[in-house]
Ligand binder design. Structure first.
Ligand SMILES: Cc1cc2nc3c(=O)[nH]c(=O)nc-3n(C[C@H](O)[C@H](O)[C@H](O)COP(=O)(O)OP(=O)(O)OC[C@H]3O[C@@H](n4cnc5c(N)ncnc54)[C@H](O)[C@@H]3O)c2cc1C
Ligand code: FES
Length: 371
């Protein structure tokens, strides 16, 4: 007796037909829902789904900072230490997008982590630090960012950080020191925080210093005052020989950039907020549904609209991701980073209007957004 064995192509087309048939049966069973809606409930991190993550741990770091460990969806494409991730967090029923630096290199368990410092009146940072719980889902975008170490890693590094600005840098350090052959270059970390207890990752940083992996210069504002760049040469005499990275509040980064520029040295910086110029006059922002919001000349349209309860698209909130772009049909806005004015005139600027980034533009007179 001979048995006919189906060819590979016949087998795979039968397999495909079976899957299609099965999908139709399941779709009929779950109607009026889509099958993907059902899968979203039971398997939200599957390949092909919208990219999300599940919080698996919330670990306090200081009284006002916590590390959130997240299991990302299967389509997470990985990241380099120092990069950041945009995430959509549902706070009291409203999805708000913010950006956080990744505080690890690639981890063996496939999880990613961020460390958030709750800022005064900060909606998302407070929620993440004080109210988020394991099991909660968040929206994710893929990692981005240029604040990464070059390969090969330079032999002499200077890392200047303050407050939550340590977050991208701890990702770099953890990655360097978790290798089977830990990096043995010469790293100076100059870190400033309000008090010793407020140093995020304080014990870990001190541990690296004790093992001779870094030279740690810790400055506590309550005892030493703010880090003064005039002291840099004394603190780091061979500064000019070091590849330098800095992340912290705008005032510190501005002063460091000036210091480095005056010596024609290169400095890599990561800013959590955009650099802004003197404010203009502001104006009213109207929306397609007829709502109108008063916005002063120093406040990004995004903040003014959200403050008035308008649900706005957003992302990094500092002009880098384009997640906040909306068409302006009429009016004028002012770029808070450089003062440039963008104008939309009906009949002249095309029916689609002019795309503007609402996170870095303030109203410069009345303007109308198609949103
Ligand atoms: C590339 C990048 C990486 C970042 N990485 C981290 C990180 O690793 N850890 C972290 O804690 N934060 C990080 N941030 C900042 C973070 O995205 C949010 O801006 C921050 O958590 C505040 O959001 P919020 O909703 O709590 O504040 P909001 O409710 O948006 O703002 C509340 C008030 O605080 C002001 N404000 C907003 N953001 C800041 C800020 N960063 N500093 C001071 N005042 C602010 C607002 O103007 C407003 O007055 C990063 C930002 C960027 C762009
Ligand atoms: S929110 Fe990222 S560019 Fe505006």
């Amino acid at each position: 007796m001979s048995i006919a064995v189906p060819s590979g192509r016949a087998r795979s087309s039968r397999g495909f037909n079976l899957r299609q048939g099965l999908r139709r049966v399941v779709e009929a069973a779950v109607t009026p829902l889509e099958i993907d809606d059902v899968l979203d409930v039971f398997h939200p991190l599957r390949r092909g789904a919208e990219l999300r993550g599940r919080i698996v741990e919330v670990r306090p770091e200081t009284t006002e900072a916590a590390t959130i460990v997240i299991k990302p969806g299967r389509d997470w494409a990985g990241h380099q230490p120092g990069q950041y991730v945009r995430m959509g967090v549902d706070v009291d029923g409203v999805r708000l997008w913010r950006t956080y630096s990744l505080t690890h290199g690639p981890r063996p368990d496939g999880c990613i982590s961020i460390t958030v410092k709750a800022i005064p009146d900060g909606v998302v940072s407070h929620y993440l630090v004080h109210r988020s719980r394991p099991g909660q889902m968040i929206q994710l975008a893929q990692a981005q960012g240029e604040f990464v170490l070059p390969q090969p890693v330079p032999a002499k590094l200077l890392l200047v950080t303050a407050g939550s600005g340590i977050t991208p840098v701890i990702g770099m350090l953890r990655n360097l020191f978790s290798r089977s052959e830990p990096f043995r270059g010469d790293i100076v970390l100059l870190h400033s925080a309000m008090t010793r207890d407020a140093v995020i990752f304080g014990p870990e940083l001190r541990g690296y210093a004790a093992r001779g992996l870094i030279r740690l210069v810790e400055l506590h504002t309550d005892r030493h005052g703010l880090l003064d760049v005039a002291d840099l040469d004394e603190l780091v005499p061979d500064l000019a020989e070091r590849t330098a990275y800095a992340c912290g509040p705008a005032g510190l980064l501005d002063a460091l950039e000036e210091h480095y520029a005056s010596r024609e040295l290169l400095l890599n910086t990561e800013r959590f907020r955009p650099v802004t110029v003197e404010p203009g006059e502001g104006g009213t922002v109207s929306f397609a549904d007829g709502r109108t919001v008063d916005a002063d000349g120093a406040t990004p349209i995004l903040d003014a609209a959200e403050g008035a309860g308008v649900l706005m698209p957003s992302g990094c909130r500092m002009g880098i991701c384009m997640g906040c772009v909306l068409p302006m049909k009429e009016g004028a806005v002012r770029d808070l980073r450089n003062g440039a004015i963008t104008v939309a005139v009906p009949g002249e600027t095309g029916p689609g209007g002019v795309p503007i980034q609402t996170c870095i533009n303030a109203a410069a007179g009345p303007c109308h957004l198609d949103h």
